[in-house]
Design a binder for this molecule. Structure first.
Ligand SMILES: CC(=O)[C@@H](O)[C@H](O)COP(=O)(O)O
Ligand SMILES: NCC(=O)COP(=O)(O)O
Length: 251
């Protein structure tokens, strides 16, 4: 079964934000990604607007009139309040109607997302937010560590999918293949637990051309979202070629 490749455009926005103006144009890179075979686009707007801005989210959402089969995935922390021109995650979803919203327990102090939800702590307060996102027509995915007990809770509070946090897998694989394989076994057990309770499975964070071939064998894997390594590979290979190389592993 093919895995959907969702290209994360955060890093394109990060380069754009390092100067005045609109270069590179994030929406143009959204088009390039879809033309090169991506099934979807992912953005992770943060309240500090370090990369993707609310206007990027709106412009990319509008791309679906040109590319109606696109899976648009907005990631973020639903508890982070509105700040300046950042209206809050749920409000952005209400405005732009993504196919999927991935909830992530991050904050400004983190350089990047670095752990999944602890649903023993956050589960109760996520329930009404998941219901709200469902009423807006979004599939809801929760960013999770590969812990079968926590994954069962994700189902109980109404999530449709989990996104397995692959950072530790990727770093282990980078150190040596055997360590990567050990981490993969943890993810395999987590995926089996997710399938058993009826959850769909996404994955992402620091996936790259070296570690994706093994990870793509994860049981039930439906979507990977990839941005950081893909953007670096694009510097070496060309953007469309990089998207196509990731897509080839997913097919
Ligand atoms: C949830 C996840 O793993 C990605 O969205 C990752 O957080 C990318 O975000 P940054 O590009 O801000 O690091
Ligand atoms: N959800 C993970 C994601 O969107 C991309 O993460 P990365 O490839 O930029 O590490």
């Amino acid at each position: 079964m093919a895995i959907d490749l969702s290209v994360n455009l955060n890093k394109i926005a990060l380069i754009r934000n390092s100067r005045e103006g609109n270069y590179p144009d994030v929406t143009a890179f959204g088009r390039l990604s879809l033309d090169a075979g991506a099934a979807g686009l992912t953005v992770h707007p943060r309240p500090d607007q370090r990369h993707i801005t609310p206007d990027d989210v709106r412009n990319l959402a509008a791309l679906r009139t040109e590319y109606p089969r696109t899976e648009f995935n907005i990631e973020g922390n639903p508890f982070a309040p509105a700040r300046g021109t950042y209206p809050g995650l749920i409000e952005l979803v209400a405005e732009t109607n993504p196919e999927q919203c991935t909830l992530v327990p991050d904050n400004d102090a983190q350089k990047t997302s670095d752990h999944g939800f602890d649903l023993k702590t956050d589960g109760e307060r996520l329930i009404p937010l998941i219901e709200k996102l469902h009423s807006l027509g979004a599939r809801v995915s929760l960013f999770m560590d590969p812990d079968p007990e926590q994954i069962a809770l994700a189902k109980q509070i109404g999530a449709d999918r989990i996104e397995l946090y692959t950072g530790p897998y990727a770093w282990a694989f980078g150190r040596n293949k055997e360590e990567g394989e050990q981490q993969f076994l943890l993810h395999k057990a987590a995926a089996e637990a997710a399938l058993l309770c009826g959850l769909g499975i996404n994955a992402g964070h620091d996936l790259n051309l070296q570690n994706l071939p093994l990870y793509s064998q994860l049981p039930g894997l439906q979507e990977v979202s990839i941005g950081h390594a893909l953007t670096v590979d694009a510097l070496l290979m060309g953007y469309s070629e990089a998207v196509a190389a990731y897509r080839a592993i997913c097919d």
